[in-house]
Design a protein around this ligand. Sequence first.
Ligand SMILES: C[S@@+](CC[C@H](N)C(=O)[O-])C[C@H]1O[C@@H](n2cnc3c(N)ncnc32)[C@H](O)[C@@H]1O
Length: 333
Amino acid sequence: VTATTVTPDQELFQHAKGYYTARALLTLWRTGLLGRAAAGEELDVRRLGTEGYDGELLGGLLDYLTTRGYLEWVREGAYRLSQRGAAAAPYFGYLSTMLGAYEPVFANLERVVTGELVYGRDVSRSSAEMVTGLNALEASLLGQVTDLLARERFAKVLDLGCGSATMLCRICKLDDRIHGVGLDWSDDACELAVRTVAREQLRDRVTIVRGDAGDPGELPPAARDADLVTAMFVMHEVLRQRGREGAVACLRQLARTIGSHGRLLMVEVSATSGHEARDDLLFIPEYELLHVFSNQRLASRAEWEEMIAEAGMRVLQVAPADMCQAFCMVAGA
Ligand SMILES: C[S@@+](CC[C@H](N)C(=O)[O-])C[C@H]1O[C@@H](n2cnc3c(N)ncnc32)[C@H](O)[C@@H]1O
């Protein structure tokens, strides 16, 4: 067995390589070129010049990503996704949710860490980029959520922090008697959600409302008789916004909303503890770091179970979700 030693300078170069590769991929993703390549389009630098790209600079970017294995040459000036790039395509949404959306914070980290810039006042993540990224990732999560719901009977679903409302629409499509209400406090999310509902032709069954998920006592009338509440990647935001007591109060209110036969479906990312335990977990340390800097607080699965119990509900089913240490949990009275 030969042990490969990475020298300290090589290690730093590896970090730099990760940074440049991620930044180049993020640019192609944001411009839509990565999505087009994933859909099978050849990226022809000369032709793309007519769309406003500088041929030489775009060529440099595409050459770099060819070197890094995500693209391959078709001919001079034309590229397509490599096999490796195609295999990564279902996960490109992570470029937005884990890098792009938090760029406003991380590009200013020196000023944030001193308190000169305060999250929520001077800088915030881009909710538009967050919901677009999640939208691209949801295909891999949707199946698990709808599988968990297959055993449940419900007529009205309230989706807290609905984001793009892709999940909500998918749930409503399980049965055409199901009605849905999506609630989010971000204008960007609500606008995108309204567009999703129109595209999915669900305007007669799904309503989008702007409101605070942390205060379900103040739910709009349309949402009050929901017998299924879904909260996907939002309760950790409520946990930070309102603290543990506030989160439990919110869950207690949700328990009242769904009553003795209703269900709460939560999708969350589990926190971990201890540096050693975290070091080899794919992206978890980075995920936790970005939460520290954006007013969110992750809890472990056990902590969520405790809070759900304090709110007077029982956990009925738990399944791992196909996304970085995430889990789906179904609870009821
Ligand atoms: C990480 S995104 C998840 C979106 C969606 N549930 C999904 O899984 O794709 C969190 C969403 O919750 C919303 N949000 C966060 N705190 C909220 C609150 N207190 N009330 C309403 N929406 C909130 C954000 O605007 C964002 O759209």
